[in-house]
Ligand binder design. Structure first.
Ligand SMILES: [Zn+2]
Length: 222
């Protein structure tokens, strides 16, 4: 953060939003020890499971927020640490997930079917603001409180080794797929299981009959 002006702006820009100063530098991808690697690889290029991650600068608050772009590292941190994608605070057990109508209805089924998402959690204090400010939530959304959150998939660029060299293509594969050794990762997806629907934003969840909405606890959190 370079100035007081930017400090103020940082307060209204979601934690996971990428800034114009955070560039993805060109990299040389090579094959080493039966997996892809960077020619000039550093320890921080891989996560704890050994998956190679797309490099991106880290300078939140500097430049112009790129509201349509997610910062790979902050997205991963938010998913792994259950940090609020808006304010960056640790949510722990109060973590909620906001899914758009499209995302929720496009999942395997309505409540109680597990839902996979690349959106990190939101803390109770940021739900109302997100519903108001996020264009993809305005057309209808649900707020879910899961009892179980598990790693599901990783998306990024999958490199296929061929005689002519590495052929890259965009892909999303299971987090434990053996092909993660050929993946340059960009985003983590998790599966939300055993969840309550604690909020309905301008939509009715088909098939729930209203019984799935957790109205009894008095702890709506939203
Ligand atoms: Zn928050």
């Amino acid at each position: 953060m370079s100035s007081a002006v930017n400090l103020a702006r940082w307060g209204v820009v979601p934690y996971i939003t990428a800034w114009s100063s955070e560039e993805t530098p060109p990299v040389a991808v090579v094959v080493r020890d039966g997996r892809i690697a960077y020619a000039d690889e550093r320890a921080e290029d891989r996560d704890g499971a050994g998956v190679l991650w797309t490099r991106i600068g880290f300078s939140p608050g500097v430049g112009v927020p790129q509201f349509k772009s997610v910062h790979f590292l902050r997205q991963r941190r938010a998913m792994r640490g259950l940090l609020c994608q808006v304010c960056g605070a640790r949510c722990a057990k109060s973590a909620l997930w906001m899914l758009s109508r499209e995302e929720y209805e496009g999942a395997d089924g309505p409540w109680p079917a597990p839902v996979m998402t690349a959106h990190p959690p939101v803390c109770p204090g940021c739900v109302e603001r997100s519903a108001r400010l996020c264009p993809h939530l305005r057309a209808g959304h649900v707020v879910l409180r899961p009892r179980r959150v598990s790693p599901a998939a990783i998306s990024g660029v999958l490199y296929q080794p061929t005689r002519a060299g590495l052929v890259p293509s965009a892909a999303t594969i299971a987090h434990n797929d053996f092909r993660t050794r050929w993946l340059r990762a960009a985003q983590l997806h998790v599966t939300l299981e055993d969840y309550d629907v604690v909020g309905l934003g301008a939509m009715v969840v088909s098939g729930s009959g209203g019984s799935s909405v957790d109205r009894g606890s008095g702890r709506q959190g939203v």
